[in-house]
Design a protein around this ligand. Structure first.
Ligand code: FE
Ligand code: FE
Ligand code: ZN
Length: 306
């Protein structure tokens, strides 16, 4: 059987789910970091993450609430890429601005969002081999199905520009009319996308918990469901956050690791789960530098215990 380009790679379902990951010979290096301010450029972010003890990071591609992006400073990018190599910093997980809503009801917001998306794809090409994560969108009363098709339509325009970037749909909490509140909704979007080889998912622990997935009581089942619906090979990055609220609250309020309703034990289980080995783990917790450095050290400790 020949595999079509971009076709979902299915794993042999006859194998025991956990066993198949346990059989791996050795663990890959763990990547942990947090969301950083991009205001001083890439090299500054690289140095900052080293200072905090991390080896990956996230950043907004432009003002998270605005639209205009800063010009790419090619010299800064060049210096950063050398630094990244030297310090063995892993793949970055860029984040689209919050204002980007590819399934907005108003056509002007929708087209503005798509322009930002396409522009971000071009900009990401300066940093080949990294991830670009975005919130699928809010359908604002148009219905999930309409939202899904608008998001897929935008992806079909954007992905051909992303030659060296893997674009990630973020799992959402289901606040308001957010699309992507279930693995099924993400799969539905992906099914409508033509070139899927550079399309994946970013798994946000606060969001999936708030959406109703039981990370505390049954992490294996949650990841198994992800594997069956989307495929774990598509799970490319993790946003590691605790949640202020109960499971299925649909609130989306992040909390510091171990201080929320998910708790340290469950988050440690996520970090150490063999099915998530080697993924970048990004902290989006309410912290200043000092708090991030502590959380990075905590997660590194978890990783080393494995
Ligand atoms: Fe996000
Ligand atoms: Fe997130
Ligand atoms: Zn969130």
């Amino acid at each position: 059987m020949t595999k079509k380009q971009g076709e979902f790679i299915r794993i042999d379902k006859n194998l025991d789910f956990i066993d198949k990951f346990m059989r791996k010979e050795e663990c890959e290096m763990g990547y942990i970091g947090n969301h950083l301010s991009a205001s001083k450029g890439f090299l500054a972010m690289g140095k900052q993450i080293t200072k905090l003890g991390g080896n990956t990071f996230a950043f907004f591609t432009r003002n998270p609430r605005g639209g205009k992006a800063k010009e790419i400073d090619e010299k800064d990018v060049e210096e950063f890429l050398a630094y990244k190599e030297e310090k063995r910093i892993g793949a970055l997980v860029a984040h689209a601005p919050y204002t980007m809503n590819l399934c907005a009801a108003k056509p002007d917001i929708r087209s503005f969002s798509k322009e930002m998306f396409l522009d971000d794809m071009r900009r990401m090409e300066f940093l080949p081999g990294n991830f670009y994560n975005f919130h699928p969108g809010s359908h604002v009363g148009q219905g999930t199905e309409a939202g899904i098709s608008m998001i897929a339509e935008a992806l079909n325009e954007a992905l051909p520009l992303a030659e060296h970037t893997t674009v990630l749909l973020e799992t959402m909490a289901g606040k308001g009319s957010e699309v992507g509140r279930s693995f099924e909704e993400l799969r539905q979007i992906m099914d409508l996308v033509e070139c899927r080889d550079r399309l994946g998912v970013c798994f946000d622990t606060c969001h999936t918990w708030d959406a109703g997935y039981d990370l505390v009581g049954n992490l294996d089942e949650v990841l198994k469901a992800f594997d069956e619906i989307i495929g774990l090979d598509r799970l490319k990055a993790v946003h590691l956050n605790d949640s202020m609220n109960e499971k299925a609250s649909h609130k989306d309020r992040h909390e510091k690791l171990g201080q929320g309703r998910i708790g340290a034990d469950a988050l440690k289980a996520v970090v150490c789960h063999p099915a998530l080995d080697g993924r970048p783990f990004i902290l989006e917790t309410p912290n200043e530098d000092e708090g991030y450095a502590k959380e990075i050290a905590l997660v590194k400790g978890w990783m080393e215990q494995e």
